[in-house]
Write a protein that binds this ligand. Structure first.
Ligand SMILES: [Fe+2]
Length: 186
């Protein structure tokens, strides 16, 4: 079984302004063991991929979003997503993965809830060039509220296996559906 299966040429995808950390280097050249890489390194991978995101062919389609997985390794995977105006992904978790989301073009509005306390953590606008981290204990919804398209890079460690979607109720979030990685993504 291959331990590293990039869906694109890695050298053409990842660009760093400075040398990657040892953890990133290990993630790019894994020895075969699955491991969770740090949030800092997820940020660096997302920002590195952003330089090439516009050139990615997005071969999976929903009515308002196009996306593709551009890298798949034992320790993380990475996706590029194009959001049409009004595109929205309902509140969801990442099945235990930590995520870094880097906005390449346009801007996205994120609302998040703490899954442990059930408390709303409010809204934020993520603009081009900005990266947010999503811990495994966070559920979030993401939308393109702008007049133009948005483009973003999403990196998950461990690799994303699926998402649980939630509905806000009077007593907190209630899980309403689960989507596996084979059916999704994001
Ligand atoms: Fe997400």
């Amino acid at each position: 079984m291959p331990v590293f299966a990039p869906t694109r040429s890695l050298s053409s995808l990842v660009r760093f302004d400075s040398a990657p950390s040892p953890h990133v280097a290990k993630a790019l050249h894994p020895a075969g063991a699955t491991f969770r890489i740090s949030a800092v390194d997820l940020d660096a991978i997302a920002a590195g991929l952003a330089a090439s995101a516009r050139a990615m062919p997005l071969d999976q389609h929903e009515p308002t979003r196009r996306y593709t997985r551009v890298l798949a390794t034992p320790s993380y995977d990475a996706w590029v997503i194009a959001w049409s105006p009004s595109a929205e992904l309902d509140v969801h978790d990442h099945a235990g993965s930590t995520a870094a989301v880097h906005v390449v073009e346009g801007e996205l509005v994120e609302r998040r809830t703490d899954l442990v306390t059930g408390r709303s953590l409010g809204l934020r606008t993520v603009r081009a060039g900005e990266t947010i981290r999503v811990a495994p204990t966070i559920a979030h919804g993401v939308a393109n509220c702008g007049p133009g398209d948005a483009l973003s890079v999403h990196v998950y460690s461990p690799p994303l296996t699926g998402m649980t979607f939630y509905e806000q109720t009077a007593t907190g979030l209630e899980a309403i559906s689960v989507r596996s990685n084979s059916a999704v993504m994001r």
